[in-house]
Design a protein around this ligand. Structure first.
Ligand code: AMP
Ligand code: TRP
Length: 332
């Protein structure tokens, strides 16, 4: 059976981008068609300035939202990265396989490091080595497929390179994974700046729809979305990125396709009204279930405890094999 692994960082409130780009597919497709693991990658949240209490809170919230989005612990494994030591054990070996140059080529590193520099802050070493930990997340489980949004393509490519290199040098140990992306909404853009991804870090901004935003807030954010000059509704991601993003969101929420939908609307206002409605409808069941689950924190904790146990059992033998293959003396 195909093994699927994916993760989400508890660095901010989960967004519509996370949902349409990744989580919705995990729940609707991946967990049913594959032996799937979904991870709250909390160690990754420590690669940038962080507040300990907030990371803890957001980790719990992310777990609750994954379950509220339909991940079913009866058919898939949901767990927290730091509960399973195998991730960091393997990450170190992969740092010994990766090169400094290939880490520095990562777009996400370059962008985040530049932003941090502009702010006069310092860059954590773990931000540079982050892709080795992400590769460990994936490779520890013999993963075949990694369902992610577009922004993670480069990291998954690097993971493939590291798997191939490790296997060539030290003998076959890892499956070579590939990234999979949704057909529409693989990169949902910020409603206020359609050239930037709708990311979690710039939390609660007017261009970011959070999964827990109330209908009124969603409506306001959609109605205020920037559109391009011109008035006609056409799908042209290059020339008209604002409208294209809106059409993609609508298509993703209603099951249509962005080009087809572009012919339906005569004004931006009518388009936005329907989007606000469609997004609210998509979020409603998730928010309702989230509320129920918040009333039962022991259930969520139990899911994470069992998930970590299962994950540990799955990862352990492969990581042990990697330790032996690379030349480390087995204990006893
Ligand atoms: P992150 O928020 O970086 O932890 O991402 C978790 C998952 O959501 C990854 O698979 C990302 O590729 C995906 N994702 C995050 N932001 C977006 C976005 N704006 N559009 C599409 N997918 C996204
Ligand atoms: N780097 C991913 C992101 O920022 C999160 C992540 C960490 C991940 N480890 C992973 C995604 C393993 C898929 C598989 O979105």
């Amino acid at each position: 059976m195909t093994r699927v692994f994916s993760g989400v960082k508890p660095t901010g409130h989960l967004t519509l981008g996370n949902y349409l780009g990744a989580i919705r597919r995990w729940a609707a497709v991946d967990q049913h068609q594959a032996d799937a693991l979904f991870c709250i990658v909390d160690l990754h949240a420590l690669t940038v300035d962080h507040d300990p209490a907030r990371v803890r809170r957001l980790s719990r919230q992310a777990a609750t939202l994954l379950l509220a989005s339909g991940l079913d612990p009866e058919v898939c494994t949901v767990f927290v990265q730091s509960h399973v030591d195998e991730h960091t054990r393997l990450s170190y070996l992969l740092e010994c396989v990766a090169t400094d140059g290939e880490m520095r080529r990562m777009i996400q590193y370059k962008e985040k490091a530049r932003r941090e520099g502009e702010r006069g802050g310092s860059v954590r070493l773990s931000l540079l080595t982050y892709p080795a930990l992400m590769a460990a997340d994936i490779l520890a489980y013999g993963t075949d497929e990694v369902p992610v949004g577009d922004d993670q393509t480069q990291h998954v490519e690097l993971t493939r390179d590291l798997a191939v290199r490790f296997n060539q040098r030290y003998g076959h140990t890892f499956a070579v994974p590939r990234a999979t992306h949704p057909k529409v909404a693989a990169r949902v853009m910020n409603l206020q700046d359609p050239t930037a991804k709708m990311g979690k870090s710039d939390d609660a901004g007017p261009g970011i729809i959070c999964l827990l935003d109330e209908p009124d807030v969603v409506r306001k954010k959609v109605m205020r979305a920037v559109t391009d000059s011109g008035r006609d509704v056409v799908y042209d991601p290059e020339g008209r990125p604002g409208v294209a993003n809106l059409l993609e969101i609508l298509a993703a929420c209603t099951g249509g396709n962005p080009e087809g939908l572009s012919g339906v609307y005569e004004s931006y206002g009518a388009l936005k009204k329907d989007i606000a409605e469609a997004v609210t409808e998509v979020l409603r069941p998730v928010q309702e279930r989230h509320k129920e689950l918040c009333a039962d924190p022991a259930y969520v904790e139990g899911v994470l405890r069992e998930g970590a146990e299962r994950a540990r059992e799955m990862a352990r033998p492969r990581v042990d094999a990697a330790y032996r293959a690379i030349g480390l003396l087995p204990p006893e």
